[in-house]
Ligand binder design. Structure first.
Ligand code: DGJ
Length: 731
């Protein structure tokens, strides 16, 4: 690892794991991009960036240099208006109304470690020796604009993180219209564009399409990272698969509206950029003020998509997630939502918890409906006081009844919201996002609190903290069930209204930082109508996320497979629910539901008292099995074997870091009248180790399992699954 600077050629060479990234202070001080890819021993700047020809129809910012045009110069942080017609990384309006700026290199510094980002979540180091950071300062002398580009390389990961800080050192007010976190110009267009898309109950499906000439983008305008698109894109070489090919991943550590795009230019190069969505965004930068963008985590893999995912998994599991639960195995839980919805009382909850305790479950989670007068989704958000008609003896009494059953207790909140039918709204109708004189669009009969306001954030901190302090609560499910409309704040002046959505995110992050650090022993799980805010920004505060409201085993194959592109299994809440499934009406076997959920953070979401004795026996066995293998699932390396997006079968496996243990799972959705012998070719094992497969009376070489494969037993019927537990035997 290291950041090298060649003073003569003014070249920066960043080495991160097996990756090199290089740039040069080019002619006239423009910061040019040279290379990003497999690690190089040295950078030959003259070979990598040689501009020899005049380009017709492309202006020259320096009239004396008729060869240099920014239109063909690969750049690190391109601007608009000085000869580059491609998409700029930033856009600023000056007091005189014009929008032309001109950033040139002014200085740089290289330091050990990785500084924190002001007010924003980001990857981190525990020790300065784990990373090095380069800050390149660009300056526009005419207006006194300083832009600091930050790059961090990690010792142990093929990762480069980037972010940008704008500082107004001039004596006029600047208006940022666009402030992306990164931009990079790749020297080719021969890639496929991959991303994750979906909707409520169908999150993070994979789409892969060849790049076309022009702009292709994904985005969220919803004030949340969203079900529709995830803040993550990948460019892959045409031949790239799970284990081979060139892959460039981009993941934004942010939970609000974002933009990610790839633009193929007329010269067949590709500009990739990512950051806060410029749509309906602007930010006033007065003299002396600064603006910090979120971080983009960029991963290069020359060994396919699987390797990229494993890099993200490990980095996010160990250097994005924080707190006591980061390295701990997570408890097996039962959540009452699909079991009771709003229809419960203390006795009913206790009965579910008792059944759970007998089956080995460790945590009981009380979901929506425990507060105010909430008997459906029409009221009470904001009134965080116990609903005495359901829990007459209060929360403390319920928690103690659950604890006596040897289960920990968890509680649901939706703190960012307010119901118009609530005491809170009646007292503070101006505390929600809204614009003057227009009706407020409701979704699920609720409005969004204005977290750009400090007083509203403080209210949330106090309301949630006082409940958490009132009883031994071990887990919180932090939900958020609608997207933003009428985005405006009563407290901001007209020229700052378009700052509201980003200020909301800064307020939310402040709230989350305060509450999670004040309650370090509580395990927090985020949620947004399932996986509507499954992003790295939330994972910084809460190490797990409810993956989707869709608990159907078949739908979950695609959702969990897609999610695993960037997020590790330890972050994915995965529960067994009742059949017919509440979201799609499908009947799958308890075995398959269990096997799918075991590839994440395992739990149940149904009324356990309704199980027959036979089902209880099976559940008890599932819970015991998961406890044995959760260390591998939650902390091991994941290998995807068969994709649900390519056919009827899905398979994946998890391998412990030392390759001594593994867990493989195979799923077949519909029955196939095909008696042929099918083999599942495993990955990630040690070819020189001998493995015992549980339930089989012989051992297998790691090489045999990875090259010849393991026979899939004959399966009969729809919705089938097979799992294998492997352990290496002493040589
Ligand atoms: C949406 C969540 O995704 C569900 O799991 C559940 O908590 C409901 N909200 C409760 O209203």
């Amino acid at each position: 690892m290291g950041i090298l600077y060649d003073e003569k050629d003014r070249v920066f060479h960043l080495q991160a794991g097996d990756t090199s990234y290089a740039m040069q202070v080019h002619r006239d001080g423009y910061l040019a991009h040279l290379y990003w890819g497999k690690r190089l021993k040295k950078i030959n700047a003259r070979e990598l960036l040689e501009i020899r020809f005049r380009v017709s129809f492309s202006p020259n910012p320096n009239p004396e240099d008729r060869v240099l045009t920014l239109e063909t110069l690969p750049q690190e942080y391109p601007s608009y208006g000085r000869s580059d017609f491609r998409t700029p990384a930033y856009a600023i309006q000056l007091e005189n109304g014009t929008t032309v700026t001109d950033l040139r290199y002014s200085s740089h510094k290289i330091m050990k470690g990785k500084p924190k980002l002001d007010g924003l979540p980001a990857t981190y180091v525990e020790n300065d020796s784990e990373a090095e950071t380069l800050e390149v300062e660009l300056f526009d002398a005419l207006i006194g604009l300083k832009v600091i580009l930050s790059y961090t390389v990690f010792e142990k990961f093929d990762v480069i993180t980037r972010s940008v800080r704008f500082v107004n050192e001039g004596n006029t007010v600047l208006k940022l219209h666009r402030a992306l976190s990164m931009s990079v110009d790749l020297n080719s267009k021969d890639y496929d564009f991959m991303h994750l898309h979906g909707s409520w109950a169908r999150e993070r499906h994979i789409e892969r399409k060849p790049l076309f000439t022009g702009n292709q983008s994904i985005e969220s305008r919803r004030g949340a990272s969203s079900h529709f698109h995830n803040p993550f894109i990948v460019l892959v070489s045409k031949d790239a698969g799970e284990e081979h090919g060139e892959v460039y991943g981009f993941s934004l550590v942010y939970s609000g509206s974002f933009l990610a795009q790839a633009e193929v230019s007329q010269y067949r190069t590709t500009r990739v950029s990512m950051g806060i969505n410029p749509f309906d965004f602007s930010w006033l930068l007065s003299q002396g003020e600064s603006f910090q963008t979120p971080e983009v985590v960029m991963v290069h893999s020359s060994q396919g998509i699987g390797q990229m995912s494993r890099t993200y998994h490990k980095l996010y599991r160990t250097r994005l997630c924080r707190g006591e639960f980061r390295d701990k195995v997570r408890p097996v839980l039962v959540n009452n939502w699909e079991g009771t919805y709003f229809d419960f009382n203390a006795d009913k909850l206790e009965a579910i918890a008792k059944a759970g305790s007998e089956l080995g479950i460790e945590l009981f989670v009380l979901d929506d409906g425990w507060f105010g007068k909430r008997n459906n989704d029409e009221s009470s958000l904001g009134d965080w006081v116990v609903n005495k008609s359901k829990l007459p003896n209060g929360l403390e009494d319920l928690v103690s009844r659950i604890n006596k059953l040897n289960l920990k207790f968890g509680l649901w909140f939706e703190p960012e919201m307010v119901s118009p039918d609530s005491d809170m709204y009646r007292a503070h109708p101006d505390w929600c996002l809204h614009v003057p004189d227009r009706t407020r669009s409701e979704a699920r009969r609720q409005l969004i609190l204005d977290l750009s306001r400090d007083d509203v954030c403080d209210y949330i901190i106090n309301a949630v903290s006082s409940i958490l302090a009132s009883a031994p609560i071990s887990y919180v499910k932090w939900d958020m069930n609608r997207n933003m409309s009428e985005i405006g704040s009563e407290c901001l002046p007209s020229e700052r209204q378009r700052e509201t959505a980003h200020r909301y995110m800064l307020g939310l992050y402040r709230v989350l930082e305060k509450i999670t650090s004040n309650f370090p022993h509580v395990l927090f799980e985020s949620c947004s109508g399932g996986g509507g805010r499954f992003d790295p920004g939330m994972l910084y505060f809460m190490p797990q996320t409810w993956t989707s409201d869709d608990t159907d085993a078949v739908e979950r194959l695609a959702i969990q497979y897609g999610t695993s592109m960037v997020y590790p299994a330890s972050t994915m809440g995965a529960h067994v629910s009742a059949v017919p499934n509440h979201q799609v009406g499908r009947n799958t076997s308890l075995k398959m539901r269990g096997d799918v959920a075991m590839s994440g953070n395992f739990g149940y979401e149904l009324d356990l008292t309704k199980f027959s004795e036979e089902e209880k026996k099976e559940v008890k066995e599932q819970v015991a099995r998961y406890k044995e293998l959760r260390g591998i699932v939650q902390q091991g390396d994941m290998y995807r074997l068969l994709s649900p997006f390519e056919g009827n079968e899905t398979a994946w496996m998890f391998v412990s870091e030392d390759k001594s243990e593994a867990f493989a799972a195979y799923f077949r959705v519909l029955a196939v009248p095909d008696p042929a012998i099918r083999k599942l070719v495993l990955k990630g094992l040690d070819p020189n180790k001998e493995y015992k497969v549980k339930g089989r009376d012989c051992t297998f070489g790691g090489d045999e399992l990875m090259y010849a494969g393991l026979t899939i037993p004959h399966l009969h019927g729809d919705y089938q699954s097979v799992v294998w537990r492997l352990k290496s035997v002493a040589e």
